[in-house]
Design a protein around this ligand. Structure first.
Ligand SMILES: Cc1cc2nc3c(=O)[nH]c(=O)nc-3n(C[C@H](O)[C@H](O)[C@H](O)COP(=O)(O)OP(=O)(O)OC[C@H]3O[C@@H](n4cnc5c(N)ncnc54)[C@H](O)[C@@H]3O)c2cc1C
Length: 462
């Protein structure tokens, strides 16, 4: 919805806007050819898409601010976009329009030298996670957030979604890594708080507010990030388990005291079978298992294994880098393999650890009522209580499965979005996880930052 006091531009106003944008960032960085802009208007899962007026690619924060000023003055919605790997429709326009200006951060790629004393680094919002990881690794550090979309997902996008990923059990979500932020607000002012002071109690936490704001409050242009020390070495095990309860109990018992748990993931048998079928990987265990647990722990020295796996368990363990990567590929390649089945209804939920199996059984039961559902796959970040559920069968715009699964999550005391964000996909269901008072407070924040409701309209808040 566009704010009431803002006019939608006509053709000549649009042409003036495009000319103004070209004068700010250079003609080569204002993309309007539909063949070129198409990929910016459709999301990674191909479930969500909408009209794009232009894609603008500013080179620095000053250009972002200038671009925001002219687009907002023209009354055109603004869509901040990083790697477009978001999975909740937040990184693409609404199908109902109006057409948006996508502000792509992909040229904001500066990487400052690592501050070894503080264990921090300042980087541009358009840096992709894999480049950040390589940069800090060369200086003996690690960035605490890692996910399978690492080659495309940007620092800005992961901040805007408060991304989780495979290391949350060890280092926490993105929020915990962000110690300062630079951002352009909808009124085109720039906030820059990049000193990275560990102690700084000077009013509202604007950095914290921008984390998880999904492009609705402004555009993150840079960030000061906390770094962690990499593991000395690690071992990855794949272990056959009955269910989530069995897997969680096993994690508790096989990780010795004082040993860092680096990851604890689960895949149900159907998901693992799909990965094997699509990739040609062999089934990794000796026998069939209902679920497979992937667990990684820090080792005291290369080649050593800090995992007390009982001998009667069907398990394989990898210690060298190539084998660890081979085991991780079963998990990393799930999303890509799923794409071969069609456009799934995708869920990223969390429930209390002790209720995971009960929730999954109840959800499967309820889904039987929708005749079109033919496949339900469950996998995810087990030790965080975070499951990814993929439901295949119903048409992309058929919301029955969405409503049913998210209601079931709420009935089990869970969150409808554990890490992907609310986006467009879950906006109508926000009330299942947030009270009316909380949503009203969020609306007040949104109105204060973005009075014309031009930043990512329809995302997060219904
Ligand atoms: C294979 C695969 C695996 C994934 N695994 C995980 C996972 O384990 N954990 C997880 O949390 N997510 C995961 N994701 C989802 C996705 O990678 C994350 O949501 C990521 O944070 C998105 O980053 P991006 O740069 O692609 O952002 P985009 O997709 O471009 O944007 C996402 C949202 O952030 C906003 N945004 C982007 N950049 C900015 C900015 N600079 N300032 C303000 N707003 C901005 C957009 O408007 C949009 O609302 C996965 C996705 C894929 C495809």
């Amino acid at each position: 919805m566009i704010g009431q006091d803002v006019e939608v531009p006509d053709a000549s106003a649009t042409s003036r806007l495009l000319t103004d944008l070209a004068s700010l960032v250079g003609e080569a960085h204002v993309l309007t050819d539909p063949d070129v802009t198409a990929s910016y208007g459709i999301d990674w899962s191909r479930r969500f898409s909408g009209p794009v007026l232009a894609v603008v690619r500013p080179a620095d924060t000053a250009q972002v601010a200038a671009v925001v000023a002219v687009v907002v003055a023209a009354g055109v919605p603004v869509l901040p976009q990083g790697g477009n790997t978001g999975l909740v429709g937040g990184s693409v326009p609404s199908p109902e329009g109006p057409a948006v200006v996508v502000i792509s951060t992909r040229r904001l790629t500066h990487l400052d030298p690592v501050d070894d004393l503080a264990g921090q680094v300042t980087v541009g919002a358009g840096v992709v996670l894999a480049d950040l990881q390589r940069h800090v690794s060369a200086a003996g550090w690690e960035y605490g957030v890692d996910l399978a979309a690492r080659d495309s997902a940007t620092v800005g996008g992961t901040i805007a979604t408060n991304a989780g990923g495979i290391r949350v059990c060890c280092h926490g979500m993105t929020r915990r890594q962000v110690v300062g932020i630079e951002a352009v607000l909808p009124d085109s002012s720039v906030i820059s708080h990049l000193a990275g002071l560990p102690k700084d109690n000077t009013g509202y936490d604007l950095t914290g507010l921008m984390v998880g704001s999904e492009g609705t409050l402004g555009i993150v242009t840079g960030a000061r990030l906390r770094l962690v020390r990499p593991a000395i070495a690690s071992a990855v095990a794949l272990i056959g388990v009955r269910d989530a309860a069995d897997a969680l109990a096993l994690v508790r018992s096989i990780v010795p005291r004082g040993v860092r748990l680096l990851a604890g993931e689960i895949l149900d048998a159907a998901t693992l079978r799909l990965v094997c079928d699509v990739t040609g990987f062999p089934w990794p265990l000796a026998d069939h298992a209902d679920h497979v647990l992937l667990v990684e722990t820090e080792s005291p020295a290369p080649g050593e294994i800090a995992l007390d796996i009982p001998l009667d368990r069907d398990a394989v363990v990898a210690v060298d880098a190539a084998d660890r990567a081979r085991f991780w590929a079963y998990r990393d390649r799930v999303s890509e393999c799923l794409s071969t089945l069609g456009v799934p209804h995708r869920f990223d939920i969390s429930v209390p650890l002790e209720r995971i199996d009960e929730f999954v059984a109840e959800m499967r039961n309820r889904l039987v009522s929708i005749a079109e559902v033919h496949t339900v796959l469950v996998f995810g970040h087990l030790v965080d209580g975070n499951l990814h559920i993929e439901v295949l069968g119903p048409d992309a715009d058929d919301e029955r499965a969405d409503a049913l699964v998210l209601r079931c999550v709420a009935d089990h005391g869970g969150s409808i979005s554990a890490e992907h964000g609310v986006g467009r996909a879950k906006a109508a269901y926000l009330g299942l996880s947030r009270s009316e008072a909380e949503i009203a407070a969020m609306r007040a924040v949104k109105a204060a930052f973005d009075p014309h409701a031009l930043f990512n309209p329809g995302v997060l808040l219904p």
